[in-house]
Write a protein that binds this ligand. Structure first.
Ligand code: DGL
Length: 270
């Protein structure tokens, strides 16, 4: 494994592009290989076993693309398949999107007592954030809520209008989320609704999203392992297991640069 190899990133759809975007902004010498498993979107309503199966295939594909590390840019897959991906990709670094958030809270928000977590059903049912937070900060009270309509809504590009705001507000009004001081947007699609969530709370609640904590974490990890690229010589690649004609338009909401999608069949052996 060497520093010139690309970083592999995957999600069920284009949500993980929020992570890829911030990563490339902050580490412009890196190249990425992005994989969107749109054939199986959404992961949030699938069983842990199904997500483990999809994730191991994707990890194999990213290894074939010579990736030096794999970022599971999806909370649903991070909570269901982190160990699976680690087992498949045992020679490279594997990063999930849950540990960096816990680490961030532990380092910067130690005083927190009441924290909200919203994400897909798979993420919330796994209690991955809750369990880790309760270990890291024994006094914390975790208020978690599954918000299953949000990822498909955002994937469809339905953001920043009265319909999306009504759905977001309906979820945030839930009594489970009363009296929180901070909220984790535990889905990589949710950075696109961060402003709506901040508005709902009149900016009085600290809204923590995944991309903002990931880039610093990855930089540190690559540095520590002598894998930080010093010169960008390659090209980024964006693959999807199924083409969706909304991709070109919706990708623009998630990613600042223009790019081409390539459809690739990695599941037909199944
Ligand atoms: N972006 C995925 C996550 O972070 C959720 C989307 C889905 O349900 O597939 O959990």
């Amino acid at each position: 494994v060497n520093a010139q190899q690309p970083i592999g990133i995957f999600d069920s759809g284009i949500g993980g592009l929020t992570v890829a975007n911030t990563l490339l902004e902050q580490l412009p010498n890196e190249n990425i290989v992005y994989f969107a498993d749109y054939l199986h979107f959404p992961y949030g309503d699938k069983s842990a076993e199904s997500i483990q199966h999809y994730s191991s295939r994707i990890a194999e594909f990213l290894l074939e693309q010579n990736c030096k590390c794999i970022i599971i840019a999806c909370n649903s897959a991070s909570s269901a398949a982190y160990e699976t991906v680690q087992a498949v990709a045992s020679d490279v670094l594997v990063v999930n999107v849950i540990d960096p958030v816990i680490y961030h809270i532990q380092n910067h928000l130690l005083h927190l007592q009441d924290i909200g977590i919203i994400g897909t059903r798979r993420t919330i049912e796994s209690q991955a954030h809750k369990k880790s937070l309760e270990v890291a900060l024994p006094k914390i009270k975790v208020h978690d809520l599954a918000t299953p309509l949000l990822a498909p809504m955002i994937e469809e590009g339905i953001v920043d209008d009265h319909i999306s705001k009504a759905i977001i507000n309906r979820y945030l009004k839930d009594s489970q989320l009363e009296e929180i001081e901070a909220i984790v947007l535990a889905c990589t699609h949710y950075p696109l609704i961060k402003a709506d969530v901040e508005d709902f709370y009149n900016n009085k609640v600290n809204v923590i999203d995944i991309p903002s904590v990931m880039a610093a974490y990855i930089r540190h990890l690559l540095e520590k392992n002598n894998l930080l690229n010093s010169g960008n010589e390659g090209k980024d690649h964006f693959y999807a297991s199924k083409w969706n004609n909304t991709f070109p338009e919706t990708s623009k909401l998630f990613f600042n640069k223009e790019f081409e999608w390539e459809e690739v069949d990695i599941f037909s052996k199944d």
